[in-house]
Design a protein around this ligand. Structure first.
Ligand code: GDG
Length: 731
């Protein structure tokens, strides 16, 4: 069985000292809870911070290590200073608020960033002690955003996955981060990047597009010579565990005792870690408004509010705690009677069984975070309602709201709406409660944590398979050797070479992408080889191509095959009607006006809208609009609308590179090589006979047999290297 190495900030245990003995207890918290279910079926190892400062447990470090290793848990020990700067500092006062869209709570300190980097490197060192390229390394959450790239540098072939448990903010918020580039580069070292919701995925993809200039298609991203995948995987819970615990005899006994105490008072439950993202003050406000507006419910309902202590050393949390205490005090003093307490407030953690009893006895769960990656508490409440009664009020800002549409969904900032939802929930007829609850249970049972793990791992397999397919097409040194030897053994040979993106790299304006001296040297040497025909095949107009390459003894195909220069004479291959150009150029010009930086290029028989220099976001939206529009307008006009590298081109369907090369293939060549980088070259590849070497420049899927990296300006790379080798080895 292959091994999965899980890496997270914390190990799923809390380590304490009791009566001079070290005690291990499983930690609460979403990640630990979620993976506890998943890890049962895996051969796994878990690497994470031990959760305390090395200084405080120095003498027990070895004992702790040995004991944890028996459970396949590998502890990382951090000193007090690192914990302050990395955990309390950069993770919890920079990334946490920013990623939850609280930019005003976000502090940015260079020294904390330096320690964040250092601790990520420390994690990397520990991972490298255990991992091989055979393992799957599955990194969790925002504390370790740099780790995927750090591991990738040391183990280039490793399978690395990253899952983020908290939201990914919109680009406008993320861009605030002074280290945004490094963070994005760090995480894009993974093969698979997962978030809870599609919104997070969308935000992430926009950020990498705008900050790193990396494009994606359906969540598949191509960066340099790698591809990776970004997708949504909403985390499920261990449904059966909560279902079964709620039916334990001891849970039922506990519920019975509580019920006796509360008598007929209905219970609204809320459970959160102490955090400003959880919307606790807003919830108390809503409950206050509810009691104010609906006096008939006083003495009939109580809010059972459990707040689990967290990050107590941070000033913001201390203040939040004081605010909550005060609000609870105010509500209590305002409404309390001798027999009834409006808010039953507990500031502590409970064992699972007690939690289960609270879930089971509560008539309503009020889960109203201002922002939450997923929120597992609401799912656990649903899974604990074995009699299908109960109502869930859920914030639309929690990732879980995307799945649990049968809850009463509210905006937590809308206090009135939340207060009204409390009333609706308390008055909801039992059959409606059951209908809603059973729908939610069906969904949560089906998409439980094991399903989540298997979907994630399956997606990992798929992307790895795609990468392998691409890797298999890469031109290896052996293949290059074979190309050279076949070239030398052949008697009649031909090269079809695309220009932009193949022989030269892209520039902001097409006229800047002129041939340079190195390319001219290569062309000159190619022309000196006997029995070799060189054909430049491009979408460019014949004037530019003639100006640049007219002095060589080569053939040129311009405008995707409309013009052909053979034996130094230009010939138009098809007679075309150009009447459509007038109507469509008016439309393209309209898009130029609406998209600053874009422009229209008019060729003899085609029109091209270029948007490489325009703002990325705007031009992508405009491109989609234009494509939709053209699809409708060009019906029955005999035109094809093609999307290229930052261009949209309209031309006659009769012109394509495939038709153009066919003319050459009538005579038999015993060596053929065709290279190109975009969709227009696919027509050419498809026409090639079996013995031809077809080479796709770049790493996307193609009809070509092989791939080569793009040419990098100023460096002899990509197809230029191969052409140089041909000139050096030709006999
Ligand atoms: C992050 C994201 C995302 C709570 N109190 C007690 C207790 N818990 C358990 C709950 C639940 C877990 O802790 C809390 O999970 P959440 O999902 O609400 O939140 P975070 O821990 O902040 O986790 C979050 C999650 O990751 C998973 O991806 O959903 O959005 O912020 O399981 O039951 N457990 C016990 N006693 C308590 O008093 N035993």
């Amino acid at each position: 069985m292959e091994r999965t190495i899980i890496v997270s900030n914390r190990l799923p245990v809390t380590i304490n000292r009791k009566d001079n003995k070290v005690v291990f207890t499983p930690s609460p918290g979403g990640l630990a809870t979620g993976l506890a279910g998943a890890s049962k079926d895996m051969d796994f190892m878990w690497i994470g911070w031990a959760g305390f400062s090395l200084d405080s447990f120095q003498e027990n470090a070895e004992e702790i290590k040995a004991s944890l290793e028996k459970q396949r848990l590998i502890p990382i020990f951090l000193c007090e200073e690192d914990i302050n700067q990395f955990y309390e500092g950069f993770s919890n006062t920079t990334l946490w608020p920013l990623f939850h869209s609280f930019p005003t709570y976000t502090s940015c300190h260079e020294d904390q960033w330096q320690v964040y980097k250092k601790v990520n490197e420390l994690f990397c060192e520990e991972v490298l002690k255990h991992a091989t390229e055979e393992d799957l390394i599955w990194i969790h959450d925002y504390h370790l955003l740099l780790l995927p790239e750090l591991i990738r540098k040391k183990l280039p072939k490793a399978r690395i996955a990253y899952f983020q448990h908290i939201p990914f903010p919109s680009y406008e918020i993320f861009r605030i981060l002074p280290w945004r580039e490094q963070i994005l580069k760090g995480v894009t070292g993974a093969d698979l990047i997962g978030f809870h919701t599609h919104d997070d995925v969308k935000h992430f993809l926009i950020s990498i597009q705008r900050i790193l200039g990396i494009e994606s298609k359906m969540g598949t991203v191509r960066a340099d010579e790698r591809i990776f995948k970004v997708d949504a995987f909403p985390l499920g819970i261990d449904f059966d565990k909560y279902w079964e615990t709620s039916m334990h005899k001891s849970t039922e006994r506990q519920v019975g005792l509580h019920r006796k105490q509360f008598q007929d008072v209905k219970i609204i439950l809320s459970i959160d870690r102490l955090d400003y993202t959880k919307g606790i003050p807003e919830r108390l406000k809503a409950f206050d408004v509810f009691l104010e507006k609906n006096p008939e419910f006083r003495e009939k309902v109580s809010l059972l509010m459990i707040v689990v202590p967290s990050r107590e050393k941070v000033e913001l949390y201390k203040n939040l705690k004081m605010e909550i205490d005060e609000m609870v005090g105010n509500i209590t003093s305002k409404y309390r009677t001798v027999n009834w307490t409006p808010v039953l407030y507990f500031y502590r953690a409970y064992p699972l069984q007690s939690l289960s009893a609270f879930y089971k006895l509560s008539d309503v769960a009020l889960i109203t975070p201002l922002r939450d990656g997923m929120n597992l508490v609401c799912k656990e409440y649903v899974a604990s309602r074995s009699d299908e009664s109960g109502v869930l009020i859920l914030s639309e800002m929690a990732g879980a709201a995307k799945e649990l549409s049968d809850a009463l969904i509210i905006n937590p900032y809308n206090i009135e709406q939340c207060a009204n939802a409390i009333k609706t929930a308390l008055c909801m007829p039992l059959d409606e409660q059951k209908r809603r609850m059973s729908e939610m249970q069906y969904l949560l049972r089906k998409y439980d944590v094991s399903k989540w793990t298997s979907l994630f791992l399956k997606s990992m397999e798929e992307i790895v398979q795609k990468q392998n397919e691409l890797a298999m097409k890469r031109l290896t040194p052996e293949l290059r050797h074979k190309i050279l030897s076949d070239f030398n053994c052949s008697k009649k040979r031909i090269l079809f070479l695309d220009y932009d993106g193949t022989l030269v790299s892209f520039q902001n304006k097409p006229e800047y992408a002129k041939p340079d001296k190195d390319l001219y040297d290569i062309m000159e040497k190619l022309c000196a080889i006997k029995n070799l025909k060189v054909v430049i095949i491009s979408g460019r107009n014949k004037t530019s191509l003639n100006e640049w390459f007219g002095h060589f003894n080569i053939d040129i195909i311009a405008e995707h095959g409309l013009w052909m220069r053979r034996d130094k004479t230009w010939k138009m291959m098809i007679q075309l009607n150009n009447e459509w150009k007038k109507e469509l150029s008016a439309i393209l010009n309209l898009f130029v006006e609406k998209t600053p930086g874009s422009f229209v290029e008019e060729k003899d028989h085609s029109l091209v809208w270029h948007y490489r220099k325009a703002d990325n976001n705007l031009s992508n939206a405009r491109k989609k609009e234009l494509l939709d529009y053209l699809q409708y307008l060009t019906t029955n006009m005999g035109l094809s609308v093609l999307e290229g590298n930052k261009v949209v081109e309209i031309k006659s369907v009769l012109i394509n590179k495939g038709r153009a090369v066919k003319k050459y293939l009538k005579s038999s060549f015993d060596f053929i090589l065709a290279a190109g980088d975009d969709w227009t070259d696919e027509d050419m590849f498809k026409e090639m006979p079996d013995h031809a070497y077809t080479i796709k420049i770049g790493s996307s899927l193609s009809a070509a047999k092989y791939t080569l990296p793009q040419y990098i300006q100023g460096v002899n790379s990509g197809i230029r290297t191969l052409l140089t080798e041909i000139t050096q080895n030709s006999q």
